[in-house]
Design a protein. Sequence first.
Length: 200
Amino acid sequence: MTEQNQYGREQALSLLREWTQSDSLRKHALAVEACVAAYGEAEADRLGLSGAERESLLNLYSTTALLHDFDYERHPSREEHPFVGVRELERQGWPVELRTAILGHAEYSGTPRVTHLDKVLFACDELAGFLTACALVKPTKAIADVEVPSVKKKMKDKAFAKGVNRQDVIQGAAELGVDLDAHIAFCIEAMKKRAADLGL
């Protein structure tokens, strides 16, 4: 088995399903993956990657997103998540870049976000959750009907999707060096392409 296959999307999905029973948490992982993978594609294009190099980068972005919260259901406390999961990933031999990005997506871990992947995961995590919430209050429950102005308006409504940290969304776009409106639009488009998988 090649390293790519051993630490590929199917293995990440299998681990996610093993540790996470909640359908909404599994869908959250897929939503974050949609956004992170789209940024991975853009980065691969920017770097002019092709063939195995491109595949390797896209695999890294995809698996990191799928596994960022895989331990959350079993270990939701700040003392344990994502540290327990990262220790398990290290034990299994998952790449250090993936583990570092997962640590970095939790502000309280103290792990700096240095790489593009680190910043993308942080920027997409809370936003993917917020966009899902925005879609689910639409009569159609469809991500296709979510628009940037309404997302911005709902971000100001503190009663809506209270669990989503707005500051992380704003800070994430800033760290990535992307305009917030453009970041929201980019993630909506990415999620629209995976709407069937996300149930949106």
